[in-house]
Ligand binder design. Structure first.
Ligand code: ASP
Length: 340
């Protein structure tokens, strides 16, 4: 029922309880709940859900969840991902809990689970961010094995292909293109391309607490040393346990410019539901960058609020996110978009 209908119905003597009932339905959400970016989110959500359904903490869920994606060699997150333009895979990740504790690592090489190193930074150091060789040194001291620096087979092929032109020209929604792979490989589009590069995950646990994680190899063939939004608290991820949580994917430079995930949470604080909060942040990007330039990029936000409502929005068609709130409810939602 729409508001106008309600007003008309009220005028006809239908009691106000209808409108109250409608309102309640609109705010009712799901608890526990976990959502994450792109279709790799389905497998990641399953792992997170195991933690949530047994009453576990959202923080543990969002770490365990994205570790699945990081470990997948068939994916554009983690050590199997595309390298930078010099041929090195460099990883960025951050994590944030219900007490506004946060930890982050960036430009980290040869460590399989950057998200777990980010959590250790949060829990074991007086700092929020560690980068580069310092982050790697800390990881090794914490017992994380140093992996080989060799590219995965798929990344090696993609990189060799890329070297022919050596052009930094990210293609929206597509991370690894033109590489023939088995059709059973997850996250592969029907035309043989990969469609994502980052997993951002946010969760609400049975106790009503929120946490989030975000992990990526960044934009493929970036300049050496480049960081995007994903390891930056407020840009790639933000959690406010009173209000909600948000995470981002896509062109990191433009997400940073508007402090994207923080903006989404502030929009929710100002009364928007998660979907509208994400939409308003995407609109802000369009107003800062201009619609014409926005056609060349993709950005997607997803958000949940304290009531267990969820939503997402993106610049253009092609972004999706995975939502899970029951053993048999783990599904993909196509992001609504503002450019056509
Ligand atoms: N946001 C990531 C970055 O800019 C990339 C992505 O999500 O595709 O590094």
């Amino acid at each position: 029922m729409h508001r106008r209908q309600f007003i008309q119905w009220s005028a006809l003597g239908i009691p106000a309880i209808s409108w109250k009932g409608f309102n309640k339905q609109q705010v009712a959400g799901n608890k526990p709940l976990v959502i994450s970016t792109w279709d790799a989110g389905i497998a990641a959500n399953s792992a997170a859900w195991k933690v949530l359904r047994s009453g576990g903490r959202a923080l543990d869920a969002v770490e365990k969840g994205v570790m699945v994606t990081e470990a997948s060699q068939n994916c554009c997150v983690g050590l199997g991902a595309n390298p930078d333009r010099d041929g090195y895979v460099t990883l960025d990740a951050c994590i944030m809990d219900e007490h506004a504790n946060c930890g982050s690592v960036a430009f980290l090489e040869r460590i399989k689970h950057p998200i777990s190193v980010a959590r250790r930074v949060m829990e074991k150091t007086p700092h929020v961010m560690l980068v580069g060789s310092g982050a790697q040194q800390f990881a090794i001291a914490e017992g994380f094995p140093l992996e080989s620096g060799k590219l995965s087979e798929e990344a090696e092929k993609t990189y060799r292909n890329w070297l022919k032109k050596s052009e930094y020209k990210p293609v929206i929604n597509i991370e690894r293109s033109g590489i023939p792979m088995a059709s059973t490989v997850p996250n592969r589009l029907p035309n043989g391309e990969w469609n994502h590069d980052t997993i951002g995950m946010i969760a609400l646990d049975a106790q009503g607490n929120l946490s989030g994680s975000c992990t990526t190899s960044g934009m493929g063939f970036k300049m050496r040393g480049r960081l995007g939004d994903s390891p930056i608290i407020g840009a790639g991820l933000f959690v406010d346990n009173e209000i909600g949580a948000a995470t981002a994917t896509g062109q990191g430079e433009d997400i940073i410019r508007i402090c994207g995930s923080h903006l989404v949470v502030e929009n929710m604080r100002n009364g928007m539901n998660p979907e509208n909060a994400c939409k308003a942040a995407v609109e802000r990007i369009v107003s800062v960058k201009g619609a014409a330039k926005c056609k060349e990029i993709q950005i997607g936000f997803i958000a949940i609020n304290k009531q267990g409502q969820y939503g997402g929005y993106c610049l253009q068609k092609g972004f999706n996110f995975a939502v899970c709130y029951a053993d048999d409810q783990n599904f993909l939602v196509d992001g609504k978009f503002i450019l056509s």
